[in-house]
Design a protein around this ligand. Sequence first.
Ligand SMILES: [Zn+2]
Length: 221
Amino acid sequence: MANNQFFDVHTHSKESTLKKAAVYNFYKDFHLVKNYPYCSVGLHPWYIDTNWETTWNIIESAANQLNVIAIGETGLDKIVTTPLQQQLKVFALHVQLANQLQKPLIIHCVRAFNEVVQQLTILQNKVPVIFHGFNKSVALAQNLVQQGFYISFGKAITKYAVGELSILPLSNIFVETDDAAISIEKMYDLAAYRFNIDLNVFSLHIQQNATTVFGKNIDWL
Ligand SMILES: [Zn+2]
């Protein structure tokens, strides 16, 4: 990442994506995918409607493009009204597509961590999995990391005390801006404090993780 010290694994900010190392997330407007250096595509559990199969076909073909470096966000959400069975079906399609294309998964998960992990096991998932916008207990984070999953922290990281996250291995961590009005630089700052580590060292770890998960053929690595 010679020119970019900061990497944003999940953002909805067009502006920051175009000038920085960031994965722009598409859940609609898939025809614009070609205009972004790096992005992810997926059918978010909130937007599964009666027309979802048409949307899925578009996602499937968009996912083949080289600048689409991840599949998602996808996952399970127990607050949304979409029936869980329906969500499971759509989630399974994403997991299969990600494995077929060998691209990592970006997961949206609300009160369904057990179900998501269970599905990934049943579907014999082999690609890296990133739980984005993590804001649950450190114990749950530890549990997920021990199973080899990655965790991405957004603005909600301020709920943790300074140093509280230092028991988590930096080998499985990412940082994101998501849809928050915050810069990725500020997010790194907030995160480094919570991991009780020097900002530059923290940054090197994230860079290493990005290389591991997204491959070496991307020019910001
Ligand atoms: Zn998002």
